[in-house]
Design a protein around this ligand. Structure first.
Ligand code: ZN
Length: 139
C-alpha cells in the first residue's frame, strides 16, 4: 500500500512535535523523576543539530526536525531548554512560572502562558477542519 506524501509529512510533523516528550517515559519509569526531563538528550538542541548534520535530508526528515525545533521553542516559553549546552548549562526560559499550587501542573494550567498553548490548539483544529472541508469539496 502506498502512503500519500502529504500523509507522510503530516505524520512526520506530528511525530516530531511530540518526540522530545517521549523522554517522560524514561523520566518516570527509569530515572524516578530525579532529573528534569528537559535536560535529557531529546530536549537538547545540540543533539538535534548533530542529527541534522548526519545528512539525512529528505523532505520528511526536514519536516520532522522543524517540528522538533518548534517543540523546543515552545518549551522555552515557560519550561526552559538548554539551548547553549554544551557551552553553558544555563536554562533558557522566556517566562518564569511561579510555584503557587501544590501540584506542579496547576502552576502551568493557571498561568497566562497556557493561553498560548490553547491558541495553538485552536489554530491546529481550525487548519485540520479547513483541510477536511477542502477534501469534501474536492471529492
Ligand atoms: Zn518538551
Amino acid at each position: 500500500m502506498r502512503i500519500k506524501r502529504s500523509k507522510l509529512w503530516w505524520a512526520a510533523a506530528l511525530g516530531g512535535s511530540v518526540f522530545p516528550d517521549l523522554d517522560v517515559l524514561y523520566f518516570y519509569l527509569v530515572d524516578n523523576a530525579r532529573t528534569l526531563h528537559h535536560h535529557y538528550f531529546t530536549h537538547l538542541p545540540a543533539f538535534w543539530l548533530c542529527v541534522s548534520l548526519l545528512g539525512v535530508w529528505s523532505s520528511t526528515t526536514r519536516i520532522f526536525l522543524v517540528a522538533v525545533v518548534s517543540h523546543l521553542v515552545l518549551d522555552t516559553i515557560a519550561g526552559g531548554v538548554l539551548w547553549l549546552w554544551p557551552l553553558s548549562y544555563s536554562n533558557v526560559v522566556f517566562v518564569d512560572v511561579p510555584a503557587t499550587h501544590s501540584w506542579w501542573v496547576w502552576n502551568f494550567v493557571f498561568h497566562w502562558t497556557f493561553l498560548l498553548e490553547l491558541a495553538l490548539w485552536v489554530a491546529a483544529a481550525y487548519v485540520w477542519q479547513a483541510n477536511v472541508n477542502r477534501r469534501r469539496v474536492l471529492s
